[in-house]
Design a binder for this molecule. Structure first.
Ligand code: NAD
Ligand code: LMR
Length: 330
């Protein structure tokens, strides 16, 4: 019998596709461990509440021993009340023929209200993980509304891109995915993201020594990672959900315990000006997390001129996105 106080976790869009895949591993202790009780605070729009009641029934029917309470609500203050973690998933996914940035005018305002509710009601040290697209700029919007919370606690998810990139590299090299390390995503969760293969390792060797088809790395590999979301929409008719939920779990796990020695994790975090990326943009960098659960951008990563150009192009795109929402940044 555990004596720990429950961790409170908010999940928005909890009745949606990602929510459905995210809640069960969360409730099973996948992120916070097998002895950490958890209270789930699930948010939906009013039209989603009936479906959310069904999800709650299924959570109850799973008899998760760690779950001490489940709240279903459309009220931001109730949903974010006193939470330690907030997964901001709820928002519209893109359809075929759209870019994620096309969602900004529709989804951006959601993150104004949610940022304000987090500011009023969440714990001051709440950790926020934005999944809803375009996630970097939605994260920026929410962060700007929540002045009480440390701005560093607002992050957006590029872990799916990291996982996708590692999987492609493992397939190409014919090794288990666990052999691939230090693969970092730079930039925006968009077609301009840059998966940095030049600093990645396979089984302790430089990846570029193991995969000698450098033309593939520079072209097909990068394009496959950048366009993977679109490829899944084309194949499934719906955007990625289970892999996205799993990446959100990975992001939260990585943010709550020390990064294994020699490994990096990709997180879109507020730029501190590192690598010439304009300060304040929510930009994906290679990070490490310390024993206190604080992330740091990995310093002194060697970037070739090819990599620098790609990293800057993604920053330019984020500047344009920021400009497009300046009226709601507050
Ligand atoms: P979905 O349509 O299945 O579910 C979204 C849910 O959010 C719906 O149930 C909807 O009612 C709810 N919702 C909408 N507005 C809300 C609000 N204001 N408050 C609370 N709930 C709200 O979509 P999905 O497949 O779960 O995808 C959700 C988002 O995640 C999309 O924007 C998608 O593009 C994004 N996504 C991001 C990544 C990533 O890697 N960052 C990966 C996959 C999907
Ligand atoms: C993804 O990368 O799968 C998501 O961001 C969904 C999308 O629109 O591509």
């Amino acid at each position: 019998m555990t004596t720990k106080n429950p961790i409170k976790v908010a999940v928005t869009g909890a009745a949606g596709n990602i929510g459905y895949s995210l809640l069960f591993p969360l409730a099973a202790g996948q992120v916070f461990g097998p002895d950490q009780p958890i209270e789930l605070q699930l948010l939906e729009i009013p039209q989603g509440l009936q479906a959310l009641e069904g999800v709650k029934m299924e959570l109850l029917d799973s008899a998760f021993s760690l779950v001490t309470n489940i709240t279903c609500t459309s009220d931001g203050d109730e949903g974010f009340g006193d939470v330690d973690y907030a997964f901001l998933v709820g928002s519209k996914p893109r359809g075929p023929g759209m870019e994620r940035a096309d969602l900004i005018r529709e989804n951006g305002p959601i993150f104004v209200g949610q940022g304000q509710a987090i500011d009023r009601s969440a714990k001051e040290n709440v950790k926020v993980i934005v999944v809803g697209n375009p996630c970097n700029t939605n994260c920026l919007i929410a962060q700007h509304q929540a002045k009480r919370v440390n701005p560093r606690n607002f992050t957006a998810m590029t872990r799916l891109d990291q996982n996708r990139a590692k999987a492609q590299l493992a397939l190409k090299a014919g090794v288990p995915v666990s052999e691939v390390s230090r693969l970092a995503i730079w930039g925006n969760h968009s077609p301009t993201m840059y998966p940095d293969f030049e600093n990645a390792m396979i089984g302790g060797q430089a990846l570029t020594d193991v995969i000698t088809d450098h033309e593939w790395l520079k072209s097909d590999f990068i394009k496959t990672v950048q366009q993977r979301g679109k490829a899944i929409i084309t194949a499934r008719g719906k955007s990625s959900a289970a892999s996205a939920a799993w990446a959100a779990i990975d992001h939260a796990i990585s943010w709550s315990r020390p990064t294994p020695a020699g490994e990096w994790v990709s997180m879109a975090v507020p730029s501190d000006g590192s690598y010439g990326i304009p300060e304040g943009l929510i930009y994906s960098f290679p990070c490490t997390v310390n024993a206190e659960g604080e992330y740091n951008i990995v310093p002194d990563v060697a970037l070739s001129s090819f990599a620098k150009e790609k990293a800057m192009a993604s920053a330019e795109e984020l500047l344009a996105e920021r400009d497009a929402v300046k009226d709601i940044l507050g």
